[in-house]
Design a protein around this ligand. Structure first.
Ligand SMILES: Nc1ncnc2c1ncn2[C@@H]1O[C@H](COP(=O)(O)OP(=O)(O)OP(=O)(O)O)[C@@H](O)[C@H]1O
Ligand SMILES: [Mg+2]
Length: 303
């Protein structure tokens, strides 16, 4: 729906999916990319990292996109201008982040996105890209995972860029995903963020959906879980997608026959817990500060 509205130049809020680790944000983001592609959008899907600047992350993809648009035959010079703006944008961030050679043999557009201030340059760059897309009758979806890793300045620049897209009704949408701190971060950096974005919360699955997540894949192989087994997995996982995945995986490997009963679930629970402790909880625990570990222990002791 978002994609359809953007194509016909109706204003629509961009989406920022938020949820805890392992609830399925990345899976959803990939699915949304497929939906955008099916609607005829060009897509860019990137994942933010600690210590990787937004500009460096996006520039190569925007270059690729503009070259791609250049192959669509239409009158006008906006694509060429877009490349020039990208070129000057890269020139400006080079000063800050060191060499970024993405091979762009094009004259820069002086004064368009090279102030060195991301909150000015990124919106200008997005406008140039949006206008290029519009000229070629195309629409663009930029999908960014782990958005919370960006700095306040980068988030703010991104929000301002999307503000400009909306004001000018350019065919460029943003779909992001991040931890639940994201709306707060976005709100801190720009108070009008809430008017630009929807923040759908991604959480645990309801029991019926959790059952389908387990049942559909095994059904495709001619196997089934019985109802007790499904209840038992839901009781243990509370519909948390990553845990469903783990219990489903072990149950599948240990079941000798179909239907898979709750006895199989109980027999594998020990192993699943062990695997979660060694992997899922381990990596998260290791990243905590000593005081956070103490805090966790205190909470755990309260049951
Ligand atoms: N709707 C769903 N039904 C069943 N399983 C799911 C669903 N969505 C995600 N999963 C499973 O849950 C696990 C975690 O999903 P995903 O990686 O998308 O979470 P995430 O929210 O991106 O986590 P993180 O914040 O750690 O990146 C995956 O193994 C995936 O297979
Ligand atoms: Mg993820």
């Amino acid at each position: 729906m978002l994609f359809g509205r953007v194509q016909v130049r109706r204003p629509e809020k961009s989406l920022l999916l938020t949820g805890l680790r392992g609830v399925g944000k990345t899976v959803l983001l990939n699915r949304i990319e497929q939906m955008a592609l099916a609607e005829g959008f060009r897509t860019i899907l990137v994942e933010a990292h600690e210590g990787k600047p937004l500009a460096v992350l996006l520039a190569p993809h925007l270059r690729h996109l503009l070259f791609d648009l250049d192959r669509v035959k239409a009158a006008g010079n906006k694509v060429h201008r877009g490349l020039g703006v990208l070129r000057s944008f890269i020139g400006a961030i080079k000063v800050k982040v060191g060499d970024l050679d993405i091979g762009l043999d094009i004259e820069p557009e002086p004064g368009s996105a090279d102030s060195g201030d991301l909150e000015v340059d990124l919106p200008n760059l997005f406008v140039a890209v949006g206008e290029a897309a519009q000229e070629r009758g195309a629409a663009v979806a930029i999908l960014i995972d782990e958005l919370q890793y960006f700095s306040t300045e980068e988030l703010s620049a991104l929000i301002m860029a999307m503000h400009r897209m909306q004001q000018r009704q350019l065919p460029l949408v943003l779909v992001g995903a991040g931890l639940p701190i994201l709306p707060g971060l976005a709100g801190d950096s720009k108070s009008y963020a809430e008017r630009l974005f929807n923040f759908p919360a991604v959480g645990p699955l309801p029991e019926a959906d959790a059952a389908r997540a387990l049942q559909d894949p095994v059904r495709a192989e001619g196997v089934a879980f019985d109802l007790d087994a499904l209840h038992e997995v839901f009781r243990l996982t509370q519909g948390y997608p990553y845990f469903l995945q783990e219990w489903g995986y072990q149950a599948w490997n240990h079941a000798a026959a179909s239907p898979i009963g709750s006895d199989v679930i109980r027999a594998t629970s020990e192993l699943v817990s062990q695997r979660l402790d060694e992997n899922f909880f381990r990596v998260r625990f290791d990243r905590l500060t000593p005081r956070e570990k103490t805090y966790l222990r205190a909470m755990a002791e309260l049951g």
